[in-house]
Write a protein that binds this ligand. Structure first.
Ligand code: OOG
Ligand code: NI
Length: 268
């Protein structure tokens, strides 16, 4: 387990940008001219399988040990996912969103493939200090990747990329040049980045106290057996939060919006 929140997120970022060059470029674009400014992350997201060795709570333990607290639960019926979000008492630290695939709801064929992957892990691996950015803990064949992709894009993504941040999320509220998600999206499109338009370019809005947008995932190479495939890697997200009637910024997630954000790793 890590002993310091900031070093954990720094290691996660390093790993994430190696397969998400767009995030690196957008980060530089948003930091702007004034050096010394930095981006505040709204949240960082992880994906996992709900099997014993990998379940959500095992990933969450890394964050609980750093002082994070569980704050919200979400269910994504069609995608067969459960999720929880976690917050740190120091609200300058990113929130954490962890989802897990309900493997038992997939076809027997897909369940068998996932079991064979997770069987390659020992029960202790999930506790290692480096686990959250350790990537896949198994060998995956192209055939199994294709079978999973046919049934669950999430399962295929996780089989290929394993354990690492799925995305970082810019807190638009904390940007210097604009605090408007509409402006951020315009800036990104003008710079040639492709946004996820599933459910509209902006998911949610003031009425649910959270507006979100994201890029479509970059593509990166993964070795599967003797072949190298170029497949969707990770995306970058942008979140603008609004005040609730009590005047405090909403800190939760919005399931209907998240449902569409998951699709940012779909192939295009
Ligand atoms: C998580 C998608 C949901 C959000 O901010 O609503 C999400 C994922 O793609 O793993 O991050
Ligand atoms: Ni997110």
């Amino acid at each position: 387990m890590h002993t310091n929140v900031d070093t954990l997120f720094a290691r996660l970022w390093d790993k994430y940008v190696t397969i998400t060059p767009s995030a690196h470029k957008i980060h530089a674009l948003l930091v702007g001219e004034e050096n010394g400014d930095d981006i505040v992350n709204d949240h960082v997201a992880f994906r996992t399988f709900n099997l014993d060795k990998t379940r959500l709570d095992k990933l969450a333990a890394h964050f609980l040990a750093l002082g994070y607290e569980e704050k919200g639960q979400y269910d994504f019926e069609a995608k067969k996912l459960d999720a929880k979000h976690f917050e740190h008492p120091d609200d300058t630290k990113p929130k954490v969103f962890i989802s897990e695939l309900r493997v038992g709801e997939l076809s027997q064929q897909a369940q068998d493939i996932i079991s064979r992957l997770v069987e390659q892990m020992d029960g202790e691996q999930v506790n290692a200090e480096t686990f959250l950015y350790s990537g896949p803990q198994w060998d995956l064949s192209k055939e199994d990747y294709d079978t999973l992709l046919n049934e669950s894009e999430y399962a295929a993504w996780l089989a290929a990329w394993g354990f690492q941040a799925n995305h970082f999320t810019v807190s638009v509220n904390h940007l210097k040049q604009t605090q408007s998600l509409v402006d951020v999206n315009t800036l990104l499109k003008e710079a040639g980045f492709v946004l996820n338009t599933s459910g509209g370019e902006i998911k949610g809005g003031e009425e649910v106290c959270l507006a979100q947008s994201s890029t479509m995932a970059d593509k990166a190479n993964v070795k599967m057996g003797d072949e190298t495939l170029q497949i969707p890697s990770c995306f970058y997200e942008f979140a603008q939060r609004y005040a609730m009637p009590d005047g405090k910024l909403y800190q939760g997630f919005v399931a209907a919006s998240a449902d569409k954000i998951f699709e940012s790793t779909n192939a295009r």
